[in-house]
Ligand binder design. Structure first.
Ligand code: NAD
Length: 303
């Protein structure tokens, strides 16, 4: 009788509502701290594997997953999954598009203001009872360039209209632009933006979008906020522009390695104009619940 049930392995922490929704149809093993080695060994027993961003579903994991039918990403961005190999093996990949938009928009707006007003430095200083005033820049009247005009990029524009900024956006796909957002080329976005918000989707093997050539076109003193994927930018190339101040602030929720391990990353983390959060974009009760519900529904629909 139990063979009627599919077996699900959950590899990262997810909201309880996911197991509640799946438990009638599936036998569930919850191992939110599973190591890559253990995953390679046990994956052969499972029909469905659920991951967030920590666990990587590599080609080797997929090859060992002889019974695997569904790979579920509880979140957005499947760049930790070898989707090409999964497709070759006829394994479905599901995720939860749109489920954390509100949370990511809110953190992005905070990051824009942090970058413009040295809030982080000011808070660090007052901890040491140093009340020195730091001068910043108003966002009103400045140009916000959105790189990647998808769900989150669009919602960031809508939420930041209250700042009375000018909006420009670049996206290589045929997406729709409201009348208050000017569609521009990548070069125009780099040359005109006072603040750039990066909101692109990346695949596992996507090339960097911003290398030295692109970064050299940035406006002097630009603020760059990234709540999408670190790989949108070539970090080694970026370091030079952070050190010489062409980029006045880099506020990012994502990093090339989380935690950092390359020399350029460790050097970057020490700079005053670099402010990094540990991938908190979707880390709210509300988003985690929506993600768990949507991911579970998608698993059930595909089963
Ligand atoms: P989406 O698919 O709706 O939009 C992404 C857009 O990026 C698309 O319109 C696509 O055409 C565009 N794009 C792709 N390559 C591009 C390029 N080279 N130049 C410019 N645009 C490009 O996705 P979304 O829901 O808006 O999510 C955006 C990003 O946010 C994703 O990378 C996702 O992983 C990330 N995200 C991060 C967190 C977090 O915790 N920080 C949470 C949720 C989502």
């Amino acid at each position: 009788f139990s063979s009627m049930y599919g077996k699900v392995l959950i590899c990262d922490p997810v909201d309880n509502v996911m197991t509640d929704k799946l438990k009638d149809k599936f036998e569930i093993d919850y191992k939110p701290k599973i190591s890559p080695q253990e995953l390679l060994e046990v994956i052969k027993d499972y029909d469905v594997v659920v991951v967030r961003s920590r666990t990587k579903i590599t080609k080797d994991v997929i090859s060992n997953g002889k019974k695997l039918k569904i790979i579920a990403r509880a979140g957005i961005g499947v760049d930790n999954i070898d989707t090409d190999y999964a497709e070759e093996k006829h394994i479905k990949v599901v995720y939860a598009p749109g489920s954390s938009t509100e949370s990511v928009v809110e953190i992005t707006l905070a990051m824009m203001v942090i970058g413009a007003r040295s809030l982080y430095k000011g808070m660090e200083n007052t901890r040491k009872n140093d009340f020195t005033k730091l001068k910043g820049m108003e966002l009103e009247g400045k140009t916000l360039g959105i790189l990647g005009f998808g769900r989150i990029g669009k919602a960031i524009v809508d939420a930041s209209r209250t700042f009375k900024m000018k909006f420009i956006a670049y996206d290589p796909m045929p997406v729709e632009y409201p009348e208050y957002v000017k569609k521009v080329s990548l070069d125009e976005l780099l040359e005109q933006s006072d603040v750039i918000s990066i909101n692109v989707t990346m695949r596992k093997d996507s090339p960097y979008i911003l290398n030295d050539n692109e970064l050299s076109k940035l406006k002097e003193g630009v603020i760059i906020v990234n709540t999408s994927r670190a790989r949108a930018i070539n970090g080694k190339d970026m370091l030079k522009y952070l050190k010489n101040g062409k980029i006045s602030a880099f506020v990012s929720d994502v990093f090339w390695n989380e935690p950092a391990k390359e020399d350029y990353e460790l050097e970057m983390l020490k700079l005053d104009n670099v402010m990094i959060t540990p991938h908190l974009g979707a880390q709210t009760k509300e988003a985690q619940k929506r993600i768990a519900i949507m991911t579970a529904d998608n698993i059930i629909n595909e089963w």
